[in-house]
Design a protein around this ligand. Structure first.
Ligand code: HAM
Length: 414
């Protein structure tokens, strides 16, 4: 009986060579935009102590309740594959005493994350995010700048059908008072709500804004909104953020009901959606999280950031093929002399591919053409080398590897 073949786990995928180019383009644009604005790259471990996320992301969120890959290690510690990057970066900020650096500290990342979600197009169990965190300032310019940078990345990558939704959540205290007010309103209109929404009034009244049920939608049209419950200084902060986005020409839709799936947000929240994406329309999102670092044992440190889904960007972006690396030299020949020529030519900075499949001379020529090689070196066992111009087919004997390399370099610099 044949040995059964194995497959990648559900919700994961392989990045095949032909998919590497658009990912590289994304990384290149993100790096240029973010490093150009003074962000520095950070990488944190793929797993962390589980408590980081229960404390940081919030014990009652879907992420912590249902979506974490949590396991005990052999030493009996509870570890979790990171479901997001903000809490780990705040942990690193505190652990490495980054508050003594010049503030705000500006960090970016491109990493994989893990959530046990229902797998579908645009939603995976291992997925990649590009993200940026600005830690150590409550200036509204930070919020506006971080939104602007994500906007630039999405525009440069030609992500289509983009809408930016913007809201403010105020302080946790204002939010708690608002929740009670909303719950009271929902209880007063309970008979018109869908049974699911009615059952969750006290657990999560904000969810009612997302319902499709017609009766619920009618009730929600008249529901109190959080924006009306914000403290004057939070409203002022939000107005300052908006003024800067307006000045930068960034269009947005105010969305007083924008809720995010993580508990750490305070004040500004935002989300970019693309109507090219279907059900999983969120391309990226983020906001201010002024209380998170304190919650993780640091001192009070205001911060703001975002993360965008790599797969979703790629699904909604225009793809222009990247130019392939030029193959300067294809070494036809399989002996030691051929190998030595390839090694020496690479040391000289040429892009070289070596015959590795034992092809005949004819097969080697075909392979060189397939690779688009500029030159082909026909190397005999004796060590004699003939250099062929792949375009014209002109062949000329050369006096050793150094001469062959010099000739190719000369052509390259013409
Ligand atoms: P998030 O909204 O949970 O925020 O995720 C950000 C983006 O990651 C989403 O908009 C989506 O594009 C992508 N994403 C999330 N889950 C999946 C999945 N299962 N499959 C594919 N893509 C997914 C955060 O993670 C926050 N840490 C963002 C942040 C940074 N807030 C402040 N700083």
């Amino acid at each position: 009986m044949a040995t059964p073949r194995l497959q990648a786990p559900r919700g994961t995928y392989d990045v095949l060579p032909e998919q590497a180019a658009p990912r590289l383009a994304l990384e290149t644009v993100a790096r240029r935009v973010l490093e150009g604005a003074g962000y520095e790259r950070i990488e944190t471990p793929a797993f962390e102590a589980t408590e980081l996320f229960t404390r940081g992301v919030g014990a009652s969120t879907d992420i912590v309740q249902k979506e974490m890959y949590t396991f005990p290690d052999a030493g009996g510690r509870s570890l979790t594959l990171r479901p997001e990057g903000t809490a780990p970066i705040c942990r690193a900020y505190v652990e490495h005493g980054m508050q003594v650096r010049s503030q705000p500290v500006k960090l970016w990342y491109l990493s994989s994350f893990f959530r046990y979600e229902r797998a579908q197009a645009g939603r995976y169990r291992q997925f990649w995010q590009v993200g940026a965190e600005t830690i150590g300032s409550d200036d509204p310019a930070v919020d506006a700048e971080s939104i602007t940078l994500l906007w630039s990345i999405l525009s440069e990558l030609e992500v289509g059908g983009i809408v930016l939704r913007l809201g403010s959540l105020g302080t946790p205290a204002a939010r708690a008072a608002y929740r009670e007010q909303l719950a009271a309103y929902l209880h007063a209109h309970q008979e018109r709500l869908s049974p699911e929404v009615a059952a969750r009034i006290d657990l999560n009244p904000l969810r009612a804004f997302d319902a499709d049920h017609p009766g619920t939608r009618e009730v929600m049209a008249g529901a109190p909104v959080l924006m009306d419950a914000l403290a004057p200084e939070d409203l002022e902060h939000f107005a300052e953020v908006r003024a800067r986005l307006d000045a930068a020409g960034i269009a947005y839709r105010l969305d007083p009901t924008l809720v995010r799936g993580l508990d750490y947000y305070a004040r500004t929240v935002f989300e970019f959606t693309s109507d090219l994406l279907g059900a999983q329309s969120a391309v990226g999102g983020g906001g201010r999280y002024d209380g998170l670092i304190e919650q993780l044992g640091g001192s009070h440190t205001p911060a703001c950031g975002w993360a965008a889904g790599v797969e979703r960007i790629l699904l909604s972006a225009e793809h222009r093929p990247l130019p392939r690396a030029v193959c300067d030299l294809y070494v036809a020949g399989t002996g030691v002399a051929a190998f030595a020529l390839a090694a020496e030519a690479r040391r000289a900075g040429l892009n070289v591919q070596l015959e590795l499949a034992g092809r005949s001379r004819k097969g080697q020529r075909k392979q060189a053409a397939r690779l688009g090689a500029v030159h082909v070196a026909l190397v005999e066992e004796s060590g004699s080398i003939a250099l062929e111009d792949a375009e014209t087919g002109e062949q000329e004997p050369v006096d050793g590897a150094a001469a062959a390399i010099a000739q190719i370099l000369k052509g390259r610099h013409l």
